[in-house]
Design a protein around this ligand. Structure first.
Ligand code: NI
Length: 345
C-alpha cells in the first residue's frame, strides 16, 4: 500500500465556508479520502457534506478539534449521527470508545498531549510514543492521528518512533504544505497524511492558486513518492521496425508481466516446431504471413493476428518479401520451440 492523501475541507482548524464547492473539485480530481472538522459549519451542513462525500464514492473523515471532555463527547456523538467512516483526533479515548461501540466508525485518536487552537502536540518523543503505544493497544482504536508537524520534536524521529511502536496505521495531520514533508511522512512509515489549508489557500503549488491545480500537484507528488509514476512512453511500430534489418531475429520491445512483446522481420520459410508450454500471438504489422499447420494453411494479412496454442506444430512463412510481425509470448519462449536448430535465437 502506498502513502494515502486525505484532503481536508478545512483551513485554520475549521471546516471552510465553501466546503461543498471544494468537495466537487476534489471528487472531480479523483480524490477518494476527504475529511472535515466538527467546527466551522452547522451540523446540518456537515451532515450533508458527509453524504456528498460518500455518494461521490469517497471515504469520509471527521477530525475532532475540541479538546475538553464535554465538547469532545458532543463531537463524537455528532460524528455518529453524521455517519462518518473515520473519526480522527480527540484525547478522551475511553469516553469516545464507549460511544462508538456498536458503530462502524473507525477511530484514530491523538497520541500525546494536545493543547491550544490551532492544536499543538506537547511532550518528548518518548512521552508521545508511550501514549501512542497505550492507545493503539485499546480495542476499538484502529490507528493514530499524529500531529507531527505541530510538535517541537524532530519530526522524522517522532513519526518513525510512533510508526514503529504500533502495527496500526498512523495518519500524519496538520501543517503539511510541501513535497519534502510528504516524502518525510512516506519514508517514516506512516499510512496517510492530511492537507487542508495549504491546498485551499493556494500555498502548496506556487504557480497557481486554483484548488484543482493544487490538488493535482499534491497527487502527482504522492504518486512519485509511492513510485506510481510510469516511466514508459508510446512506441511507434513503423519507427521501431525501422531500427533493425535482421531477419528471423526477434527484438524485445516491451514486457507485460511475464509476457514479452517482440518485433521480428521474417522472410521465406521458418522451420516446423512447437512450444511445450507457451502460446504465441503473431500480429502482422506489414506484409502477409502464412501460418502452416499440419491440417491447413492460414493467411494473416496486415492488421490481423493469429494465436498458436502451445503444443501445436506450426511453420511461419512470409508470403511477401519481408513481413513485419509483432509477437506476444511468455518470456520463456524460444523461437524454435522444442526443435534444436541453427535458427534458435
Ligand atoms: Ni513458434
Amino acid at each position: 500500500m502506498g502513502l494515502r492523501f486525505i484532503f481536508m475541507l478545512t483551513a485554520n482548524d475549521k471546516t471552510v465556508e465553501d466546503a461543498e464547492i471544494h468537495l466537487g473539485t476534489a471528487l472531480a480530481a479523483g480524490i477518494h479520502h476527504i475529511g472535515f472538522k466538527d467546527i466551522g459549519l452547522s451540523f446540518e451542513r456537515l451532515k450533508n457534506l458527509n453524504s456528498a462525500i460518500k455518494s461521490g464514492g469517497a471515504t469520509s473523515y471527521l477530525e475532532v478539534v475540541s479538546l475538553d471532555k464535554k465538547s469532545e463527547i458532543i463531537s463524537a456523538k455528532a460524528a455518529i449521527e453524521i455517519g462518518v467512516d473515520i473519526l480522527m483526533g480527540g484525547t478522551n479515548i475511553n469516553e469516545v470508545l464507549k460511544l462508538l461501540k456498536g458503530t462502524n466508525i473507525k477511530y484514530f485518536p491523538f497520541p500525546g498531549k494536545i493543547v491550544g487552537y490551532p492544536s499543538s502536540l506537547l511532550g518528548t518523543v518518548n512521552e508521545i510514543v508511550k501514549s501512542a503505544k497505550t492507545l493503539s493497544l485499546k480495542k476499538g482504536v484502529h490507528g493514530l492521528d499524529l500531529l507531527a508537524y505541530r510538535s517541537t520534536c524532530d519530526v522524522k524521529t517522532l513519526i518513525n518512533a510512533v510508526c514503529e511502536c504500533t502495527e496500526k496505521p498512523v495518519i500524519i495531520a496538520g501543517s503539511i504544505d510541501n513535497r519534502h514533508r510528504i516524502s518525510n511522512v512516506k519514508n517514516s512509515g506512516a499510512a496517510s497524511f492530511t492537507i487542508g489549508s495549504a491546498a485551499l489557500n493556494g500555498k502548496y503549488f506556487s504557480a497557481e492558486k486554483n484548488l484543482d491545480l493544487q490538488l493535482k500537484a499534491i497527487m502527482k507528488d504522492v504518486a512519485e513518492v509511492n513510485n506510481h509514476i510510469s516511466k514508459l512512453y508510446p512506441k511507434n511500430l513503423n519507427h521501431s521496425f525501422g531500427e533493425f534489418e535482421d531477419i528471423w531475429s526477434p527484438r524485445i520491445a516491451g514486457q507485460i508481466n511475464d509476457m514479452q512483446i517482440k518485433l521480428v522481420k521474417v522472410k521465406g520459410n521458418f522451420i516446423w516446431h512447437y512450444h511445450k508450454t507457451e502460446d504465441e500471438l503473431f500480429f502482422v504489422h506489414k506484409g502477409k504471413l502464412m501460418m502452416k499447420f499440419r491440417d491447413r494453411d492460414e493467411i494473416i494479412k496486415e492488421g490481423e493476428f493469429i494465436i498458436v496454442p502451445y503444443g501445436v506444430e506450426h511453420c511461419p512463412v512470409a508470403i511477401t518479401d519481408v513481413c513485419e510481425i509483432v509477437l506476444l509470448e511468455p518470456k520463456t519462449t524460444i523461437n524454435t520451440g522444442s526443435i534444436k536448430n541453427v535458427r534458435k535465437v
